[in-house]
Design a protein around this ligand. Structure first.
Ligand code: NAD
Ligand code: DAU
Length: 331
């Protein structure tokens, strides 16, 4: 298949591109703005086999260039970090909503199949049980609100224009090439360095962990087999409290438990995410990697790939967060 993969230089997008090129022989064009989270290095091993266009999804000219010759659009491109969305929501509105609109228009003009990569966060937090695709949408952060807005826009293009859209909502992903602002890579790299491990609140928030290759294959499965107009949840096989994740990382890295530091909680922090993936399983997808094994693989990958993370562990992303977050708190 000839695919336009937007946001393909990011964490999940680059893992997806690798799977599609290597295992499916797809012809891939990546369109990526190369924000702080997007890096050409993430695609180093497939660089010669893909076309790369540096540009923004909210830019119709860049999109028109990139989409030429493609049969389908898969949209990973997004601002993705909840803390950054609390500090400054504007970029989230532009990329996650306006950018999605530009891509939908490009798909509509050319009658292309369109897959939107979405998140369990659109459903909000759940104390017990798991969200299904028909659960009410109740996002709680600017990040999840803009992802929800994008999902609704995608659905409207199916209902209004008959565009062949599908949405795949994943749970918390982890694995190689994840930017070290997210919980797991941040804790791994801090543990390697003997830096403090900042646990928000009481550390009892629960996330539903999905190994990145399982998510990539789930997205590919929805692309190939999903029914137009439908939404498919893609949840991980295991749930875990943050503190348990952090303690397991300490064991795997040999770092000391005294590095754990309880810090001020995230504003509006969702307590628990949990997805039912029954619908996607019925379509033939199954998660392959249990959290215990996936976490060990991830720690080993970061241990073996210092050349990948050393340049981005400068702390610049933390400066950004602290600057903007303190501004947001001051109001
Ligand atoms: P990421 O932050 O690692 O990568 C995002 C990519 O999008 C980067 O390459 C970035 O340069 C690019 N990008 C950002 N703004 C852009 C723009 N305006 N135009 C073009 N490219 C742009 O994100 P990720 O964790 O790989 O997430 C990918 C997608 O999956 C997102 O849509 C996210 O909402 C969704 N998702 C993520 C998770 C998770 O746990 N990480 C779980 C479920 C769903
Ligand atoms: O659920 C899917 C979502 O998962 C994706 O849609 C988002 O793009 C992705 O960023 C992720 O959101 P979370 O907010 O769940 O992930 P994060 O890694 O930021 O945080 C995971 C949990 O760990 C959360 O409860 C907050 C907590 N945390 C996070 C960081 C960065 C800490 O306790 N300390 C930290 O330093």
């Amino acid at each position: 298949m000839r695919l336009l993969v937007c946001g393909g230089a990011g964490f999940i997008g680059s893992n997806f591109v690798r799977i599609r090129v290597r295992e499916f022989g797809d012809e891939v064009t990546v369109l990526d703005k190369l924000t702080y989270a997007g890096r050409r290095e993430n695609l180093h091993d497939v660089a010669g086999e893909i076309r790369f266009v540096a540009g923004a999804i909210e830019d119709p000219i860049a999109v028109a260039d990139a989409v030429t010759g493609c049969e389908a659009i898969v949209n990973f491109a997004a601002e993705t970090h909840v803390d950054r969305s609390i500090a400054g929501p504007e970029a989230f509105l532009i990329t996650n909503m306006q950018g999605t609109h530009v891509l939908l228009e490009a798909a509509r003009e050319r009658s292309l199949r369109y897959l939107q990569v979405s998140t369990d966060e659109v459903y909000g937090s759940i104390e017990e049980g798991s969200f299904t695709e028909t659960s009410p949408l109740a996002p709680s952060s600017p990040y999840s609100a803009t992802k929800t807005g994008a999902d609704l826009l995608v659905s409207s293009y199916f209902h209004t224009y008959g565009l062949e859209t599908v949405i795949c909502r994943g749970s918390n992903s982890y694995g190689p090439y994840q930017y070290p602002e997210k919980l797991i890579p941040l804790m791994i790299l801090n543990a390697f360095a003997g830096d403090r491990l900042p646990v928000y609140g009481d550390g009892r928030n629960v996330r539903n962990w999905l190994f990145v290759e399982d998510f990539g294959r789930g997205i590919g499965h929805v692309l190939a087999h999903g029914v137009p107009g439908e939404v498919y949840n893609c949840g991980g096989p295991d749930e875990c409290e943050n503190l348990t994740v952090v303690k397991r990382i300490l064991e795997l890295t040999g770092a000391l438990e005294s590095l754990i530091e309880y810090v001020t909680d995230r504003l509006g922090h969702d307590r628990r995410y949990s997805l039912s993936s029954q619908k996607l399983r019925a379509l033939g997808w199954e998660a392959q990697v249990r959290f215990e094994a996936g976490l060990e693989r991830t720690v080993n990958w970061y241990r073996d790939n210092e050349r990948w993370w050393q340049p981005i562990r400068s702390g610049a992303y933390r400066d950004y967060y602290e600057r903007h977050y303190s501004r947001a708190l001051k109001g």
